[in-house]
Design a protein around this ligand. Structure first.
Ligand code: LLP
Length: 385
């Protein structure tokens, strides 16, 4: 279908909605899978990025596992046909019920974030007569050089077991008979564009894992987390992230022992570019200072990233090409931060025009809320137009 026909189809839909390019999604998953497969690496999709059933189905068809951060995500993975052996459960605040459920299902591993959590999982597992497979999430104190809200691997973050506590972790583990340590887990942050950061991560991991080996701990798996960033400024120039380069860095810099497997938890890089948020222009207005404001029918309840992180999603007008004006684009929600972009250039934009916010397939729909009792955004798939 050409671009014009697509817009015509879209125009008939009720806005706002997420539009997913299923062909791009499949190509992205395939390229990621191939690039990882070259070195025998395994990908667990970080489903927090987008739990749309069609997206999840495509991930399953691509043969990836699932990285979950809540009991509901674990349940959804299993109900969607993922084998429990392909599911990992991470997160700093796993509740007892979530742990029990995941133990019943026999998931691949818990990524454990504190010494206290190790104790609790042990207690629950021994009560259930089970053995829990755990990977220790170590906070390696590597600066991911990204937004502070999505930085997780620095010493003062709440995530992971501090590297200063690893000897205590080993002592604790030796006393907890219902736990089996299967590996180490690291995740230092998200939207990482400076790939050198991953080199630094590898160097730190090499030191940490050597230390564990010296203590006689056998590590069957290394989970290097996710974090690969995407091009928000110019999505068209980089529709599919450079997975080959990303995995090559780990191949070059991570020392992997015989029999050890390496896992990744990619979210954003797999799904961001295949999704966009389509909205309709409701009103034009002008501020006392002469600024032109366009009010659209989507708001921070549908895509919170600009309000929460100052994120920039490229905005394009799908239905007007004439002229050029400077606009601030705002939503209907009663919050001053409900602004998608300030003073951007667009063709002359007026009521009824369709705008698209690009690169919204990750952490878009998944973070939507019903604040102001707004409806949740819909979803339209390219192969169903
Ligand atoms: N593994 C763990 C333990 C994580 O915490 C995350 C993301 C991932 C993997 C996946 O990271 P990715 O490959 O997607 O970078 N809402 C924010 C992003 C939060 C990321 C949270 N953790 C945003 O919209 O930018």
């Amino acid at each position: 279908m050409d671009a014009q026909a697509r817009i015509k189809q879209i125009q008939e839909r009720q806005t706002p909605f997420y539009y997913y390019d299923m062909e791009l999604l499949r190509r992205t998953l395939q390229q990621a899978g191939e690039a990882a497969g070259r070195y025998g690496y395994r990908i667990h999709y970080a489903v927090k990025a987008n739990y749309d059933p069609r997206v999840v189905e495509a991930v399953r068809e691509a043969g990836m596992g699932m990285d979950c951060v809540s009991g509901n995500e674990v349940r959804m993975a299993i109900e969607s046909g993922f084998s429990a052996a392909d599911v990992v459960f991470a997160g700093v605040g796993k509740s007892d019920r979530e742990i029990e459920y995941s133990l019943q299902q026999g998931i691949f591993a818990f990524n454990c974030e504190s010494l206290h959590e190790l104790q609790v999982i042990h207690q629950i597992a021994s009560r259930m007569g089970k053995k829990a497979r755990v990977a220790l999430r170590i906070n390696p104190d590597v600066d991911p050089k990204t937004h502070r809200h999505i930085s997780t691997g620095k010493a003062d973050n709440k995530f992971g077991i501090s590297y200063t506590e690893v000897d205590q972790a080993i002592a604790t583990l030796s006393e907890l008979s219902s736990l089996e340590i299967v590996g180490l887990h690291f995740h230092i942050g998200s939207q990482i564009r400076d790939l050198q950061v991953f080199e630094q991560l590898c160097t730190r991991v090499n030191t940490i894992k050597t230390w564990f080996a010296q203590q006689g701990v056998v590590l069957r798996h290394l989970n290097m987390g996710g974090g690969l960033g995407i091009n928000y400024d110019d999505p068209q120039a980089e529709l599919i992230p450079d997975f080959a380069r990303y995995f090559e860095i780990f191949h070059q810099h991570l020392a992997v022992e015989e029999g050890q497997t390496v896992h990744f938890e990619l979210g954003r890089s797999l799904v961001a570019q295949c999704g966009e948020l389509i909205t309709r222009v409701l009103y034009n207005k002008t501020t006392a200072l002469g600024g032109k404001i366009v009010i659209v029918d989507t708001g921070m309840t549908d895509l919170i990233r600009p309000a929460l992180y100052g994120a920039k999603h490229k905005i394009e007008n799908l239905t007007s090409t004439e002229g050029s004006e400077t606009y601030t684009i705002g939503g209907p929600v009663c919050e001053s931060s409900d602004i998608f972009a300030r003073e951007i250039e667009l063709p002359v934009t007026s009521r009824g025009d369709l705008l698209t916010m690009r690169s919204a397939g990750a952490y878009g729909a998944a973070m939507a809320s019903r604040y102001n009792m707004r409806d949740l955004p819909g979803a339209v798939y390219s192969d169903q137009l």
